[in-house]
Ligand binder design. Structure first.
Ligand SMILES: Cc1ncc(COP(=O)(O)O)c(C=O)c1O
Length: 501
């Protein structure tokens, strides 16, 4: 039988000299999965069929399948076959192109120094998430009212005037800016008129626009450490110098910042709910940060990435509302409140930045997609947005409660969750004998995603801990996830040190 009929999506390369059959088969199958020649969910042939096709011992194929299953690439099926996993072990699945994998070196000959910095600073973009227990970074997408969104979208399109199809406004769709100003004033206590609101394609885009306008190569930027890697990488790619500052129970250590780079141009902070530790910046720190920015003519970028999801208390006033000298740029995003692929966000900017942003935009992206903004605007003004957020807040609060109560029993002595009252993820400190990176690997082999805190280290090592998302999966999956995680952590705790990965 011809090979292509047996295993149509795969042709294995020739076995290199001095490579064992196991190593060759393992490498070829893993590479085929990473390169998507074998797609997520695709059924692999039986071990017997594969052994026959490539004339190798069946025991070797079984051993390769077991290895790939243990590492989280494939899911064994009853019998002897397997399917490719929908979520691959993170550190591999994120890295998709040969350039990003580092197997091809970018050449200075075809890229500018800035281009090279972008390639070197690149970060993976989340793959399609699975509904596994602790998936981070994602809201509960199955509960988003897509049918309602679809009805509003088709109504907007059917009734679209020619102007809606012809052009857009550099600062964003005016009715959406007005609706957001109303919402921010009445619900969030943020002082602004619609004139100060700029619609963007999400916070990353907001950061890029602002950085291009206020940062030059060599400028210093204060960052929280641990902090948001995508912000740090962007600053570095643009040629800025990231000054990583510790975070304590009151938030960013401003005194350390003044000691290391008093004249920094910008401070990037997450005061409402520090990313990733979850600390709320104290009022005295907020005032200290503002005084520093005002005295040195510096800027503050306030990233309010999950401010809508507070479960216990009302948030402290935004830094933006304490700012009297116009140095704070407040940014928020619809990625978590709605869904990440919407790619819509907004900023509230000081008056002196409005014109420069409009000018810069005329050379960068002109304006964000108008139809999406019109749909978002209707969603807000018809009251769906407020309703959706209230519903999700209740659901997430309940899921957090389930996680906390299950963890307090099952993870006792293994992982100590910190007290979380906001956001979509929780942090836990591991027993000292369990390394976070080992826990990630062992958990992913059992289909559970947990993220070591070291992933968010900007400069200094982080405490040994894990981030667990609790928004995406329902209560049953969360409870099962806690039990499975307990098994994984217990087995790591009981392993003699020499045998740990
Ligand atoms: C700290 C932080 N800021 C901002 C965002 C949202 O970014 P964007 O609007 O670009 O999706 C996220 C999303 O994960 C985040 O974790």
């Amino acid at each position: 039988m011809p090979r292509s009929r047996l295993f149509p999506s795969l042709t294995l390369g020739v076995r290199p000299a001095k490579t064992t059959i196991f190593r060759w088969l393992y490498d070829e199958l893993r590479r085929a999965i990473l390169d998507r020649r074998l797609r997520a969910g695709e059924k692999l042939p039986s071990t017997r069929g594969l052994a026959k096709q490539y004339q190798v011992a069946r025991g070797t194929v079984v051993a390769v399948f077991e290895q790939l299953a243990a590492e989280g690439y494939i899911e064994p099926r009853r019998g002897s076959g397997a399917t490719v996993k929908r979520t691959l072990p993170e550190k591999y699945s994120e890295v998709s192109s040969p350039l990003m994998r580092g197997t091809v070196r970018p050449s200075a000959a075809f890229l500018s120094p800035r281009g090279l910095r972008f390639v070197r600073a690149t970060l993976p973009v989340s793959q399609t998430p699975v509904r596994s227990a602790f998936q981070t970074d994602q809201p509960a997408l199955d509960l988003f009212p897509t049918a309602l969104w679809g009805r509003i979208a088709s109504r907007c399109l059917r009734g679209a005037q020619r102007s809606l199809l012809a052009s857009g406004q550099a600062l964003g769709y005016l009715p959406l800016r007005e609706a957001l100003a109303d919402y921010l004033r009445s619900v969030r206590g943020i002082k602004c008129s619609h004139e100060a609101i700029v619609i963007t394609s999400g916070t990353q885009h907001s950061l890029d626009l602002i950085s291009r306008l206020i940062l030059d190569q060599g400028d210093c930027v204060w960052m929280e450490d641990p902090g948001y890697p995508r912000a740090a990488s962007l600053f570095r790619a643009l040629g800025a110098k990231v000054v990583a500052l510790p975070v304590d129970s009151e938030g960013l250590d401003c005194a350390a910042g003044r000691g290391r780079a008093r004249r920094a141009r910008l401070a990037y902070v997450t005061p409402a709910h520090q990313f990733p530790l979850g600390v709320t910046m104290s009022i005295s720190r907020r005032l200290e940060l503002l005084r520093w920015a005002q005295s040195g003519n510096s800027w503050i970028f306030e990233d309010d990435y999950d401010g809508e999801f507070r479960f216990a208390s009302r948030p402290l006033a935004a830094l933006q509302s304490l700012d009297e000298s116009g140095c704070v740029i407040y940014a928020s995003s619809f990625s978590k409140m709605m869904f990440p692929t919407l790619r819509l966000g907004y900023m509230v900017v000081p008056q002196r930045l409005i014109e420069p942003i409009a000018a810069a935009r005329s050379l960068i992206d002109l304006f964000p997609p108008v139809l999406d903004q019109a749909v978002m605007c209707e969603f807000i003004t018809e009251g769906h947005f407020g309703r959706h957020l209230r519903r999700m807040r209740e659901i997430y609060a309940r899921r957090l409660e389930v996680l906390q109560s299950a963890a307090s029993v099952k993870l006792d002595g293994l992982l100590q969750l910190t007290s979380t009252r906001a956001g979509l993820q929780a942090i836990g400190w591991l027993h000292r004998s369990i390394r976070a990176e080992d826990a990630e690997l062992a958990a992913s082999a059992r289909g559970i995603n947990v993220v070591p805190l070291s992933r968010f280290a900007i400069e200094r090592p982080t405490r040994n801990g894990l981030m667990l998302g609790f928004a995406m999966a329902d209560e049953r999956i969360l409870r099962q996830g806690v039990e499975e995680l307990a098994r994984v952590l217990r087995s790591l705790k009981n392993q003699p040190p020499g045998r740990r990965a």
